[in-house]
Ligand binder design. Structure first.
Ligand code: ADP
Ligand code: MG
Length: 380
């Protein structure tokens, strides 16, 4: 990838620039916890975006995407937004940097990536974080890392029409090799935990399906959580978000709220605890417990929160049957990937069986993405 970028940069712009990179991400555990003020537990992975960048002395950005084989030129004012989606991410990062008082002038760039697009690994955050980090470095803006993540998030909100949380950009900016990051979505406090699963591998199995229920179901889940939190708050005023509630406090209001809301809340409160349990387990190097918690999350997402689907349940069940250490749906649900923690010696047979049995059942092959927890945004 690097050689390709450098060759193209040389051809288009002559003189060489500086190289920057950032990463996609996984979330080991902590799903549907963000809007409930709970924890997420992401890490950057070994696929991402790489860009060569050089200031060009004008007020224009000239950008070439290797993967889309497309060249775009745009100015830096609000009215200069380019039409191409991929270029809007770069434009948005420039604008959001300026809005935070940073300096951005014209530059030339060639970039490429290897995060699968739209697979739930956040290729868009990798792209935003690469440029947010790079522009901050090149123009000496001194913007702190949290704000670099927010530049990416605001880019999604204001220039790409995606109302996302902060997790993806946070992981991509803060990611470190061999570490996952527990982020408290209420206070934005974070802490690194070691993730060095010797003898195990992390692999995503992409069902390649997306069921359309997702956005209406999402709104309904949020409403259930808010309803449960409101009921608990009457007894325990300190409960701002559902994740502040203890399990026994939920039991107190069981008869006051619809059964459905109770089950949704049961999942969320359990999930917040599971993140903490996984962090404890990682500090002991106990990957078997980590895996068991992943299965519990899958059960909760499937049976209590009801955001799984047939394809994901099939992959999860197969993993369990084959003695895979941990497996669960990753992301919001209704499609996408399962994330699996698999012993080295089981890896090849698991992948073989997953591909074979899934294809037989659903008529198309799943995609397989092995991942290693790696560094996030950086200069190369
Ligand atoms: P994801 O879940 O992977 O973040 P999104 O739809 O949010 O999916 O982002 C994908 C978009 O990000 C692509 O349509 C493209 O505009 C941009 N993008 C991601 N990776 C690349 C790349 N390697 N080259 C150019 N654009 C990219
Ligand atoms: Mg995205």
């Amino acid at each position: 990838m690097k050689a390709k970028i450098q060759e193209k940069f040389q051809t288009l712009f002559g003189e060489a620039g500086d190289l920057y990179a950032s990463a996609g991400r996984i979330n080991l555990i902590g799903e549907h916890t963000d809007y409930n003020g709970g924890y997420v537990f992401p890490g950057a992975i070994d696929c991402g975006i790489m860009a060569e960048i050089k200031v060009n002395g004008t007020q224009k950005v000239r950008a070439y995407s290797i993967d889309f084989d497309e060249f775009v030129e745009f100015g830096l004012q609000e009215e200069d937004a380019p039409g191409q989606q991929w270029a809007r991410y770069i434009f948005g990062v420039c604008r959001e940097t300026v809005k935070r008082g940073g300096k951005v002038e014209g530059f030339d760039t060639v970039f490429a990536g290897d995060v699968p697009l739209g697979a739930g690994l956040s290729s868009s955050a990798a792209l935003e974080s690469t440029f947010a980090f790079a522009l901050n470095d090149i123009f000496g803006n001194g913007i702190d890392k949290f704000d670099l993540a927010k530049i990416g998030q605001s880019t999604e909100h204001n220039y790409c029409g995606v109302k996302c949380g902060i997790m993806d950009q946070f992981a991509s900016i803060f990611g470190k090799a061999g570490s996952l990051i527990r982020l408290n979505c209420k206070t934005l406090e974070y802490k690194y935990f070691p993730f060095k699963p010797e003898g195990y591998r992390l692999v995503l199995v992409d069902s390649c399906v997306k069921h359309e229920l997702a956005s209406s179901a999402y709104n309904k889940r949020r409403a259930s959580c808010e309803n449960a939190a409101a009921a608990i708050r009457k007894n325990h005023p300190e409960v701002e978000f559902l994740s502040d509630a203890k399990r026994v406090w939920l039991d107190e209001v069981r008869t006051e709220i619809p059964e459905e809301d109770f089950l949704r809340a049961e999942y969320v409160i359990g999930e917040v605890q599971r993140v903490l349990d996984v962090c404890d387990a990682l500090e002991r190097g106990d990957y078997e417990t980590v895996g068991e918690m992943m299965y519990q999350t899958h059960f909760g997402m499937s049976k209590l929160y009801e955001v799984s689907c047939e394809e994901l349940d099939f992959l999860n069940k197969l993993a369990r049957k084959m003695d895979v250490t941990g497996s669960r749906v990753m992301g919001g649900g209704f499609g996408g990937c399962t994330i699996n923690l698999v012993k080295d010696e089981l890896y090849d047979t698991f992948i073989e069986e997953a591909v074979k049995q899934f294809t037989e059942k659903f008529g198309h092959a799943p995609k397989i993405y092995p991942v290693v927890i790696s560094d996030g945004a950086r200069k190369l």
